[in-house]
Each structure stands twice: as C-alpha cells, then as structure tokens.
Design a protein around this ligand. Structure first.
Ligand code: SF4
Length: 113
C-alpha cells in the first residue's frame, strides 16, 4: 500500500518467506529494531489496521471532485532494464517545455474552477 520498495538479502528473504507461508511467527524471526523498521516503512501493519478500509478511502478520494489526481510520466525512457521488458526504453519521448507549460495551465485552470 505504501509503494515502498526494499532490497532483501538472502537471510531476510528466507525469514519473510517462512512468515508468509505461516511456518514461523514474525516476532520470532526478527529483532525488535527490524520489526520497528519494517513497521515504520509500512511493510508490516498492525493486526488491528484494516488495509481494505484504507484502500476504500483512497479510492473514494481519487474520485472526489475536490481532489485532482495526476499520474505524470515525464519520459518514456527507462533505465531499469527489467529482464521481461518489451518496450524500447532508449528512444522514448520526453516532456518538453511546451508540454510542461500545457500541464501547468491545466492544473491552474483546475485549481481556479
Ligand atoms: S518494464 Fe521496461 S519500462 Fe517498465 S520499468 Fe522495467 S525496463 Fe522500465
């Protein structure tokens, strides 16, 4: 839900895999400071938190008349080099000044309406 990404070493990966498969409890597998880190970053949520309710609120906010939600893709170029990628990521277009000005005009217009 947070969009956070974490790189795990082999040891962490094994621990998390065991927890996901319900082969071990999270409290036994991690030290308090690791649990605190994972919780603070949103990888672990407390059992009393209803993530589905939070997602419903976000979903409703996304369609609210008072909230402008934009997904900006300033370039189609990409240097992630995912092994499964079929896109031509080296020759993609990039937003220029003209597009940026147009976007700013759109946002300003939306904010004044
Ligand atoms: S799939 Fe392709 S375009 Fe998407 S992040 Fe990976 S390399 Fe970039």
């Amino acid at each position: 839900m947070t969009g956070n990404i974490i790189e795990l070493d082999e040891q962490y990966y094994s621990k998390l895999s065991a927890i996901i498969k319900s082969e071990a409890s999270i409290e036994k597998m991690f030290k308090d400071e690791d649990l605190e880190f994972l919780t603070r970053r949103g990888f672990i949520v407390k059992s009393e938190v209803n993530e589905l309710d939070i997602l419903k609120i976000w979903w409703k906010k996304g369609f609210s008349q008072n909230v402008l939600t934009l997904t900006l893709e300033p370039t189609l170029r990409c240097n992630f080099a995912c092994t499964y990628c079929f896109e031509d990521t080296t020759n993609g277009t990039t937003m220029g000044d003209k597009e940026i000005q147009k976007l700013l005009r759109f946002i300003k217009k939306y904010m004044t309406e």
